[in-house]
Write a protein that binds this ligand. Structure first.
Ligand SMILES: NC(=O)c1ccc[n+]([C@@H]2O[C@H](COP(=O)([O-])OP(=O)(O)OC[C@H]3O[C@@H](n4cnc5c(N)ncnc54)[C@H](O)[C@@H]3O)[C@@H](O)[C@H]2O)c1
Length: 337
């Protein structure tokens, strides 16, 4: 029998319990060995709750532990690549929260470090595990919608002024890397390009319209996909009340529209086909659980994780292109940044 993979989590903040639960959901194959946070009391509290054996305030000390196989990064976004590179150099596999990092240069250095040190790099872009999205993407790929003409993502969240004050890094260029798009919208931006295919270019506008933050709380972008289709992204943390995120995919022969709760339209020319039944949401494993399970399998089977470095890079590149277009007022071609 192979021994359990041992995870060390760095960052004991808001998202960390989702990771600890996901590791616990795979108790036959994995265990939480350690938690590290410079605010060591937070690490201690979670370690006690989830039965982690060790706690560290200093990441370097955690990396020295030979019995940790995977470093699971739950830090402010601007620290992801730096900590991931250090993990790779220490021979640890890297599982990282979204966005993979907030700079393409850092992401490329992280991807290279993981390749050079022959460790896996997986990202928590958990929307890719959503049944609606998986089915919609399959329908597009199988050509059921015919030639694609529009692919739209509406990502309208509400984040209060208190949210932006709740941790010093939130809503900063330096560590959040942006606002409504880089933090919240990245989920849906990852999804729309995963379903529709790569984006060729964007025109955009973005600004902090209501919150007192330097980054955007509201953004719109017009996309041209490489397959010739057009699309829009609307992203916000400024609207009240928060809306369900919604995706609209149109082809010459069909339409698929869905939101967080299920399909709103599934309709094809000359077909009476009904929308596929979705599993009961309460019975579904969390996206974190699915992606931790995928990471374990990827390590065991020596294959790429479901959302590897180059895949996770795409949403960040698109967001950077949107920011650049909003800043310059010009169309930005992806690949030019
Ligand atoms: N997948 C999702 O649905 C989801 C949801 C929320 C957050 N996230 C992502 O998770 C990451 C963390 O977000 P959060 O909301 O949990 O943040 P948070 O501010 O609640 O927690 C971050 C933690 O990192 C610790 N930290 C900072 N610098 C450190 C260092 N040098 N060494 C050790 N610990 C350090 C802080 O003390 C803090 O406890 C972000 O990248 C965010 O985008 C993802």
């Amino acid at each position: 029998m192979t021994r359990k993979l041992r995870f060390g989590i760095v960052g004991a903040g808001v998202i960390t319990p989702s990771h600890a639960r996901a590791i616990r959901d795979h108790a036959e194959d994995a265990e939480l060995a350690a938690i590290c946070d410079i605010q060591v009391e937070k690490a201690k509290k979670l370690a006690a709750e989830f039965g982690a054996q060790r706690v560290y305030a200093d990441y370097e000390q955690m990396l020295k532990q030979d019995d940790i196989d995977v470093i699971d990064i739950c830090l402010p976004s601007g620290l992801h690549a730096k900590f991931g590179i250090a993990a790779a150099r220490a021979g640890k596999h890297v599982l990282c929260e979204k966005p993979l990092d907030i700079s393409l240069e850092n992401i490329d250095a992280l991807i290279k470090a993981c390749r050079d040190h022959r460790v896996k790099l997986g990202t928590i872009d958990q929307r890719r595990t959503m049944p609606q999205a998986v089915l919609a993407r399959k329908a597009v790929q199988e050509g059921k919608l015919g030639r694609m003409v529009l692919g739209d993502a509406y990502l309208k969240y509400y984040r209060s002024p208190e949210y932006y004050r709740s941790a010093g890094w939130r809503g900063t260029w330096e560590l959040d890397g942006g606002g409504a798009l880089m933090n919240q919208g990245v989920h849906g931006i990852d999804l729309i390009q995963w379903m529709m295919g790569d984006v060729e270019s964007v025109f955009a506008r973005s600004a902090p319209l209501v919150r007192d933050i330097p980054v955007e709380d509201t953004a719109v972008a017009v996309l041209k996909y490489k397959n010739g289709a057009f699309g829009v992204i609307q992203g916000a943390t400024s609207v009240y009340p928060e809306q369900q995120t919604r995706f609209e995919l149109h082809g010459e022969n069909g339409t698929v529209i869905f939101d967080d709760k299920g399909f709103r339209q599934w309709k094809f020319l000359n077909s009476e086909e009904e929308a596929p039944a979705l599993p009961d949401q309460a019975a579904l494993a969390s996206g974190h659980t699915v992606l931790v399970g995928d990471m374990i399998e990827a390590i065991r089977e020596d294959r790429e994780p479901m959302v590897n470095g180059p895949e996770a890079r795409k949403a960040v590149e698109l967001i950077m292109a949107i920011y650049e277009s909003a800043r310059t007022g010009s169309e930005v071609v992806l690949g030019s940044l």
